[in-house]
Design a protein around this ligand. Structure first.
Ligand code: SF4
Ligand code: SF4
Length: 516
């Protein structure tokens, strides 16, 4: 695919990158922290169930929690140690939403149980998908959707094209760029396994056009592995650096000109998208027999003296990474998970990184915006111009903020509030300083809650109706039984009378005989 055949998505922003400071050094190993705080819930809140107890000794790679929902995931101990607590903790989620966390006191030995050497490689697409699922791999670009679920390719009759998303469009975050520079072989090999899982041969690795050296390294790897000769078509495509190019729908539009219909997935167009870090995790799981237990995290921001990308174990506490990167804790004013556009502030540093945590952004007070009082909307339309989802942000605001009546939230739903990707572009340009994204997050969570409540009410009504029908049936059966009994009794009485009459007749006949 050539550069001149690319399309454009609506809106977007050109932002300063702030990536160089963290990306100029190669990946560093964050080592083994004293303890790991492992939140056992996927990004969308689907909790898993612990399979260990307090006091258990665990080895590296051992399963410590199993999913209880199809969109949940399995968790493994990232190193050896002992389970010292299973408790509710703040997590690396919006509002630091508390969830169950398994706390592992590490023993520093990093000890594996005995494993087959070399690992047995999967031979069929289904075996690859099963292995991806067992390794607990979820989308590492932020959404946290279980990877294996995307490979239900029976849902489409289209030929699949795989898109590997290396378009890391948020300012400050450079973990994917550094990963592509340092481990291109693992990414390319992981991409081939994903192609085999999808029974496809074509993949596009998309990167932003402002990252130097990445294309060269990936191209060299593709050539080195002789993939073309094996029938694979892997191309590295540079896409314009416009925020949010890395959004799933935006990148698909840029690369293919196609639009994913509202409410449908890219699979409906014959497309599957994965993040570069996910491709690397697939390589680790299949070729190294290592489940998803670590990831690359950018530690950056003006309160960090040595910004860098670290390969860290899942559950590594923020403070461990901040210390490694020489954070100025006195100057630190705001700690954000993710970037300045889509990230969310954390209340403290005693929280563990999750499978989807890509960046710790530590900002001093002179870099954080002073709280400016929001003014009323002046209907300037600037938010509409930048919205990459082609929504009407000011109209949504009107429905969400206009009244506390449930109906208005329903209008926000009708105006596709669920299509909002919370990119923050509208808030960024709003001259009235309205934090629009907060309203959309509120509306989505409120509507989800109402739907849940409605579902529960419907289920309760269904249960009530079923109970009523059951009681009615039992009553009817009892009545029928009673009727049958009564009629039997009547029958018995009738029979008795008949027998008595016969006996009387016999008796009379006998008496008549004697009289003769
Ligand atoms: S940018 Fe702000 S002020 Fe302008 S229309 Fe949108 S919400 Fe209103
Ligand atoms: S946050 Fe939502 S409404 Fe605002 S620009 Fe992004 S997609 Fe559009």
């Amino acid at each position: 695919m050539s550069q001149d055949r690319l399309s454009h998505f609506h809106g977007g922003l050109v932002l300063r990158h702030h990536k160089k400071m963290s990306c100029e050094h190669s990946l560093a190993n964050a080592g083994i922290p004293e303890k790991l705080i492992i939140a056992i819930k996927a990004n969308r809140g689907h909790a898993s169930e612990p399979t260990v107890e307090i006091g258990d000794v665990v080895l590296k790679g051992q399963v410590i929690a199993q999913p209880t929902h199809p969109l949940g995931t399995v968790y493994h101990a990232p190193t050896s140690g002992q389970i010292i607590a299973i408790e509710t903790n703040d997590t690396a989620s919006p509002d630091a939403e508390p969830a169950t966390c398994i706390i592992v006191k590490t023993d520093g030995k990093d000890e594996w149980p005995p494993r087959p050497d070399p690992p047995k490689l999967p031979e069929t697409a289904q075996q690859i998908i099963t292995q991806i699922s067992a390794a607990g791999i979820i989308g590492m670009g932020g959404a946290g959707f279980p990877t294996h679920v995307k490979y239900n390719t029976a849902q489409t009759d289209k030929t699949i094209t795989l898109i590997i998303n290396g378009a890391e469009c948020e300012p400050y975050i450079s973990c994917d760029e550094r990963l592509m520079l340092d481990q291109p072989a693992a990414i390319v090999k992981g991409t081939v396994w994903l192609l085999k899982a999808a029974q496809a041969s074509k993949a596009i690795i998309a990167i932003e056009d402002n990252i130097g050296g990445v294309k060269k390294r990936l191209d060299a790897e593709i050539k080195q592995q002789g993939l073309l000769a094996q029938g694979y078509e892997l191309t590295v495509v540079k896409v314009p650096t416009i925020y949010p190019t890395g959004g799933e729908k935006q990148l698909i539009k840029v690369l293919t000109g196609l639009e994913v219909p509202s409410g449908l997935t890219p699979l409906s167009l014959g497309l599957i998208m994965q993040n570069v870090a996910t491709a690397k995790a697939v390589y680790d799981a299949i070729e190294l027999d290592e489940p998803l237990m670590k990831r690359v995290v950018t530690v950056t921001g003006d309160a960090i003296n040595a910004p860098r990308n670290y390969e860290a174990m899942i559950g590594t506490p923020f403070e461990h990474l901040l210390n490694l990167a020489d954070c100025d804790f006195v100057a630190l004013d705001k700690l954000i998970i993710g970037g300045p556009m889509m990230g969310y502030a954390m209340p403290h540093e005693h929280i563990g990184i999750e499978k989807t945590t890509n960046c710790l952004l530590a900002l001093p007070s002179d870099c954080t915006k002073p709280e400016i009082k929001a003014m009323p909307c002046i209907r300037c339309g600037d938010c509409v111009k930048v919205c990459p989802q082609e929504l009407l942000p000011q109209q949504l605001l009107w429905y969400i903020n206009g009244s506390d009546q449930h109906n208005d939230l329903e209008k926000a739903r009708e105006h596709h509030v669920f299509d909002c990707i919370e990119c923050g572009a509208c808030s960024w340009v709003c001259p009235s300083h309205i934090n629009l994204v907060d309203f959309y997050r509120f509306a989505k969570s409120e509507l989800t809650y109402l739907d849940h409540k409605k579902d529960k009410a419907q289920q309760a009504k269904l249960r009530h109706d079923e109970r009523e029908a059951r009681l009615k049936r039992i009553k009817a059966e009892r009545q029928a039984k009673r009727r049958r009994k009564t009629s039997k009794l009547t029958d018995k009485k009738g029979a008795k009378a008949e027998i008595s009459a016969v006996l009387a007749r016999i008796k009379e006949q006998e008496k008549a005989k004697v009289d003769e």
